[in-house]
Design a protein around this ligand. Structure first.
Ligand code: MG
Length: 320
């Protein structure tokens, strides 16, 4: 379906990127400059954390603005006992749907009674954490989302502690799977620290690398592929000294969603090769990605930043 906004968007693509061909390759030259040549809608997603408190001054209005920018999918942050920040989840869902946005994913950090931010796992809290996921999964099924994603790493000070954390992830994955959701884990940079397997102390893998395994690799190797997937944050992967392209190539079946993130507005730092990343994502069959913007310099608003990010992806010929 085409509308005026699509036409304007496509017209801007023509001026910014030259003539796009694709399915419109049979068009004659006159049509090519006077009618939309791209019919496929890009599935831009946004992690709402990017908006920080700017979202909450007028949620319906802000949601409509996001749709105008080109976003169609949302990943939530701020879930707590049936609410997103202080807003009832179902009211939040309605506001998103009224604006034409779909909630695809949600970031959820498990917590237990008396510990609002549970960062250290111990075996004796296993059943409490399980109960938390059961409630979170039931709440998110009502939202109709696909993914439930754990965004923060519990403490992994030793190899064995990391293996225990994997047991918690497998349990969360089992609960989400039974509820019809996909459980995922989202990385920052600390997952690329190395831990040495007991008995392997002092054994470097090669002379140029420190000993041990990166925590992200321990997680991938020791979680059940049918229950636990990974949401690769490409920016934090680079900050952790790794290549997101290599991770996408090495784990095509395990990474099912991606955070598209840069130092600030996408494409401005030169730190990330988004063309390579998107090409590999499509090759792997990854459909879901979410823009994340942590920081805007010079007093500009987060909304201005996410608008610039959307414009970058709309113009990018490698984003389909
Ligand atoms: Mg992220």
């Amino acid at each position: 379906m085409s509308n005026r906004r699509d036409f304007l968007k496509n017209a801007s693509l023509l001026t910014a990127g030259g003539l796009l061909v694709g399915n419109a390759g049979t068009m004659n030259a006159a049509n090519a400059v006077s009618a939309p040549v791209v019919s496929a809608k890009k599935k831009l997603g946004l992690q709402i954390y990017s908006l920080q408190k700017e979202l909450y001054d007028d949620i319906p209005k802000r949601m409509k603005e996001l749709k105008e920018m080109g976003y169609v999918n949302l990943e939530l942050a701020g879930y707590n006992k049936g609410k997103i920040s202080d807003v009832d989840m179902m009211a939040f869902k309605k506001m998103a749907e009224d604006a034409g946005l779909k909630i695809v994913s949600s970031h959820v950090n498990p917590t237990i009674e008396g510990v609002p931010f549970l960062m250290e796992y111990k075996r004796d809290v296993f059943s409490q954490v399980s109960d938390y996921w059961k409630q979170a999964a039931a709440d998110h099924v009502k939202l109709g989302c696909t993914f439930l994603v754990q965004p923060m790493m519990p403490m992994c000070r030793t190899y064995d502690e990391a293996l225990m954390v994997c047991e918690f992830f497998n349990e969360a994955g089992k609960i989400c799977n039974e509820a019809g959701l996909i459980y995922g884990y989202h990385n920052h940079h600390m997952e690329f620290q190395r831990l040495v397997k007991p008995g392997d102390e002092g054994k470097a893998q090669n002379p140029w690398m420190p000993a041990g395994d990166q925590i992200e690799d321990i997680f991938i190797a020791n979680t059940n592929p049918s229950l636990v997937c990974f949401e690769l944050d490409v920016y934090w992967t680079v900050r952790g000294g790794n290549d997101p392209l290599e991770y996408l190539q090495k784990h095509p079946g395990r990474i099912k969603a991606v955070h598209i993130k840069d130092t600030s507005v996408l494409g401005q730092s030169g730190l990330l090769n988004f063309e390579n990343i998107f090409n590999q994502m499509y090759k792997n069959g990854i459909q879901d990605y979410f823009v994340e913007l942590e920081y805007m310099p010079d007093g500009r608003t987060q909304f201005e930043g996410v608008k610039d990010c959307a414009a970058y992806l709309e113009k990018a010929l490698f984003v389909r």
